[in-house]
Design a binder for this molecule. Structure first.
Ligand code: MRU
Length: 385
């Protein structure tokens, strides 16, 4: 247990009983950021040292760190690292702006990255000399960490009520929750977004069972969500991406909770590719479909439908190959003929009409403008001062 601004937090993210966060300032070396390098999980638990903004860009781009809230925080720390490496005091603002552009370009879809980098940049530009700018960058990155941690816990508390209700209606029988990709603690700082209600429910003795989509091509569900749930002792079953619809038809799913990379103020949800198909199947089978997200994932400038969202397209290598263990060796394996043309879209958009609700740190909103603005009245452009 630790205490932050008067609140008491349980430390959820435990790796073999030791508490970890996903990113932190290296102890005894304030010029280095450390992250869990997620590329090697679940086979190997590796920690990476990152000392330059360029290396942070690579870590985000190549998905050593991933998940919307976490890449936001990584970007914020990236800007701090950029400041540490600027020797010429006269050029500090223009160099730091360049670093911000670079960091934001690492991945286009999750709005958290640009949101966090711009927030740090604003504070840095307001600060006086370079020492103050460094301090401000670090302080802001740490503030974002605290806020995201609190948001995830709150999401857990609000989402718990949904699980409790289903558990009551099933007279205490197991609640089966389907999730897609990894919207767990590995994607955030602690608790996760989609997983936070699950962890809280499990810890309160409610019977839960998570059905985990493998999430091709990067297999975040298979490799990361399963590992997280296992560390926490939550029962789970891994399924191939195409099995969810069948399980919904057979009454094997009571609830779907996913995370989100960008949400429109109208309730459209951008999330890992394949989310839309799960929402369609959930609607066809009258199963509640929720997205869980901190407000840092809401893009207040998006129009209805969220169609302006840049959808990341990644290298075809990720589709043509699979990674795994062969005879205890970490192996990258070709699974199709070498020059097979592939398309590798990273995300899709689930229209608001398919979303039952949004679980946020401020409460649960319906997936519509009015309901979202009720939770975030300060964002309502239609309000007169
Ligand atoms: O490509 P990734 O692994 O960064 O995608 C992650 C997701 O799609 C998550 O569902 C999303 O970021 C929400 S994380 C709380």
């Amino acid at each position: 247990i630790f205490i932050c601004k008067g609140s008491i937090f349980l430390q959820y993210m435990k790796v073999q009983d030791r508490h970890f966060e996903t990113i932190w300032l290296k102890s005894g070396d304030p010029e280095t950021i450390q992250v869990i390098d997620q590329r090697f999980l679940p086979f190997d638990f590796k920690i990476e040292d990152i000392a330059t903004a360029e290396d942070m860009y690579t870590a985000i781009r190549e998905m050593h760190v991933r998940g919307a809230p976490l890449i936001g925080i990584a970007g914020a720390f990236g800007l701090y690292l950029a400041l540490l490496n600027i020797a010429d005091h006269d050029e500090v603002d223009s160099r730091v702006r360049k670093a911000a552009v670079m960091l934001k370009s690492a991945r286009p879809t999750a709005v958290n990255l640009a949101w966090a980098v711009d927030r740090v940049l604003l504070e840095v530009e307001k600060a006086g000399n370079i020492e103050e700018k460094k301090e401000k960058a670090l302080e802001t990155a740490r503030q974002i960490i605290d806020e995201e941690r609190i948001s995830c816990l709150k999401i857990g508390e609000y989402g718990l009520k949904i699980i409790e209700e289903i558990s009551r209606s099933k007279r205490g029988q197991t609640v089966n929750i389907l999730t897609h990709c990894n919207a767990g603690w590995l994607a955030c700082i602690d608790y996760g977004t989609a997983t936070a209600p699950v962890y809280l429910a499990h810890d309160r003795g409610i019977k839960v069972h998570v059905v985990v989509d493998e999430t091709r091509p990067r297999n975040q569900g298979a490799r990361l969500t399963c590992w997280e749930l296992q560390q926490h002792g939550v029962p789970y079953t891994l399924i191939v991406d195409n099995a969810g619809g069948h399980m919904m038809q057979r009454n094997m799913i009571d609830l779907v909770i996913v995370g989100s990379d960008r949400v429109s103020p109208y309730g459209d949800v951008v999330n890992k590719i394949g989310t839309y198909l799960k929402a369609l199947a959930a609607r066809d089978n009258h199963i509640p479909f929720y997205a869980a997200l901190p407000s840092s994932s809401i893009d207040w400038n998006l129009q209805e439908g969220a169609y302006e969202t840049p959808i990341e397209e990644r290298d075809g290598h990720e589709v043509r190959h699979m990674e795994g263990m062969v005879n205890e060796c970490y192996t990258d394996m070709l699974i199709v003929s070498e020059n097979t043309p592939v398309a590798n879209f990273g995300f899709d958009i689930t229209p608001a009409r398919l979303v039952t609700g949004l679980i946020t740190e401020k409460g649960i909103a319906g997936a519509n403008y009015k309901s979202i603005m009720k939770l975030f009245p300060e964002k309502n452009k239609n309000l007169f001062p």
